[in-house]
Design a protein around this ligand. Sequence first.
Ligand code: KG4
Ligand code: ZN
Length: 309
Amino acid sequence: MQRLLAIESSCDETAACVMGMDGRVYSNIIASQIKTHALYGGVVPEIASRQHVEALPAVVARAVEQAGCTLQEIDYFACTYGPGLSGALLCGVNYAKGLSYALGKPLLGINHMEGHLMANHVSYPQLTPPYVCLLASGGHTMLLYVERFGQYHLLGETRDDAAGEAFDKAARALGLAYPGGPMIEKLAAEGNPKAYHFTRPRCENPLDFSFSGLKTAVINQIHNASQKGVELPVADLAASFRKAVVDCLVQNFQKAAEDFHCTTLVTAGGVSANSLLRSRLEALCGERGWKLYMPPKELCGDNAAMVGA
Ligand code: KG4
Ligand code: ZN
């Protein structure tokens, strides 16, 4: 069986995976930089690059060791070429180029968002297009009609902030740590999602998204409370904000499925780890008799298995 080694370094995770050409994952190593960036309230690109340079040799070595093979036994190399932080991407791309050149094996450049989508194919080999896909990460929010592998039709995207970015910025305003999505989830579990009503934004293309107004609405509530000197019900605010973001995502996803007569729905990206989003989609698809595929939570965020796939 031929083997592939994939590298991911587009943001704040240094990751490597060895995969058989049949899609079997032999190793999937992730070195997260979250603790470092949390000190600054968000990803610092220069620090991310430096940490990728430091982590790559060990992460690749561990991936190969855990797969029970050697670098010489790898038949193909793959790496994320974009989108992402350019310095961070350069680290992974150059490392992969070095391996490919030194060992005389081909190198495949992979789109990071296509990688996220493929996390579903790592977990569900039976899944085949056509389907509609909601890709929601820290940098992108897209609705795609996947006609077949490699053939994607962009139905809608964010006009401003990505969904994950909105979680991160709202969390920061609330004084929570980075990354914001999981922190808001924790707080939201104890809050009342009906305590605040945020106007749901509308876009000219009804399948587009806009999240910056929701983020501003949270910031305004924080300022109002501080000006009046009243204590902010932080959990209620987090719960209401999470509900607003999830409402927008689910509403457009449902519309895309209906418009394109598609009964298979697929989500991917860091935000698809959100428990409210997952339960709402489960309920919707259960009601309609639609098929729903969501990566297991550990494959929602950045990893190299999705790049390998
Ligand atoms: O896909 P990803 O790991 O990296 C990018 O390609 O951007 O996504 C990271 C984003 C962050 O903005 C993070 O706050 C968000 O995904 N995220 C979540 C959750 N877990 C991670 N957002 C909402 N709920 C979560 N449980
Ligand atoms: Zn990502």
